[in-house]
Design a protein around this ligand. Structure first.
Ligand SMILES: *Cc1c(COP(=O)(O)O)cnc(C)c1O
Length: 350
């Protein structure tokens, strides 16, 4: 019963098969493999973006940090939500790759930037003042770190404000597939048609072994990105194994199918949690993760039976009054069997 994260799950068999299939003979290294040629075409077709520059890296942190750095001067600041992965979970990688640039945090309910709050922090960041950092790109996460979603209109609102001030926009799509499946929109609608300039398109959390695509809809800085990726030690020499994963992931829209499956698994879990009287679910779960408040006794039963998931705070004790509500996070991947979800629910119910 592992609900810790969607990267705790396995690879999809067709991704593994693709790696095995790629493992014969020779292919040119460093992204010059023939599989990558097909991946580039497939991503451009999937995103209806024939001009897009497309690159692969092995981690989402590299995708975010290298993409953002490409549009951030060392004296700029990147606008991100207070609980954004780039702020809380990347050990300063965006600041490091952008050579010391700053992050400026934006508030908003449900881990979504509030448009007015964004405008205020942009205005509050001095321009043409030598003492102040300068305005850099705006990054949002879809699906968000708490499993909520920006509607297409909300994305467009954020990007419109960024554009008003001449700022680039980035979408952290570690859970892009979950978001796209939940919204039932096209990839283009969720990105460039809504004003997004660059995307980290996640594969690792949704059935791949370790691959994320970086997509720039305007290829003007493609060469610079290539130099940054190499200098940042993220250009894979045996690149064909990244390409093979991404090709399988894109074939017959496997990415979307797996994202939808993960969401459906989470919906089953949420339905069960809602039937527990004491349970509280603060943010409406819209993708494949749910944050909940549950009594200590429920956590004790589940965790002592071997269930794995995160509590907040991380060191919350299982010893103490039974009824205290403790916050936790459950994440479902595409591979989660119904029986495991039902087993967890049974333990939580007691
Ligand atoms: C997991 C995740 C990433 C990427 O994390 P890595 O561990 O570097 O692959 C980026 N953004 C969000 C929102 C994530 O959840």
């Amino acid at each position: 019963m592992n609900f810790a994260s969607d990267n705790a799950g396995p690879m999809h068999p067709s991704v593994l098969d693709a790696i095995v299939k790629a493992n014969t003979g020779y292919e040119m290294p460093y992204g010059n493999d023939t599989i990558m040629d097909r991946v580039r075409d497939k991503i451009r077709a999937t995103f209806e973006a024939p001009e897009a520059a497309v690159y692969l890296v092995a981690t989402g942190t590299a995708a975010n940090a290298l993409a953002l750095a490409t549009y951030t001067n060392p004296w700029d600041t990147i606008f991100a939500h207070r609980v954004a992965h780039v702020e809380e979970d990347e050990c300063g990688a965006p600041e490091f790759y952008a050579n010391g640039a700053k992050l400026t945090l934006v508030e908003g309910a449900g881990a979504k930037m509030d448009p007015d709050a964004l405008r205020q922090v942009i205005i509050g960041t001095g321009q043409k003042d030598v003492h102040s950092v300068q305005r850099g790109p705006v990054t949002i996460t879809q699906a968000t770190e708490v499993g909520t979603l920006y509607s297409l209109k909300e994305i467009a609102q954020i990007t419109a404000i960024a554009k008003e001030y001449g700022l680039k926009t980035h979408l952290d799509g570690a859970r892009f597939a979950n978001a796209c499946a939940a919204l039932g929109c096209t990839t283009a609608e969720m990105t460039w048609k809504a004003g997004i300039d660059m995307v980290s398109f996640g594969g690792t959390k949704n059935g791949c072994a370790g691959v994320e695509a970086v997509i720039f809809f305007d290829p003007e800085k493609a060469w610079e990105f290539e130099l940054r990726r190499k200098r940042g030690a993220h250009l894979f020499s045996k690149h064909r194994y990244l390409s093979a994963q991404m090709e399988a992931y894109l074939t017959n829209d496997l990415w979307l199918e797996l994202g939808a499956k993960a969401n459906a698994n989470c919906a089953r879990l949420v339905k069960g949690l809602e039937s527990i009287d004491e349970a509280e679910i603060p943010d409406a779960p819209a993708a494949n993760m749910v944050f909940a408040l549950l009594p200590r006794a429920a956590h004790r039963r589940a965790i002592q039976a071997g269930a794995k998931y995160y509590l907040f705070p991380a060191d919350a004790s299982l010893d103490g009054p039974d009824d205290d509500l403790i916050r936790c996070r459950f994440v479902c991947d595409w591979s989660k069997p119904d029986t495991e979800i039902d087993q967890l629910l049974a333990l939580l119910r007691g």
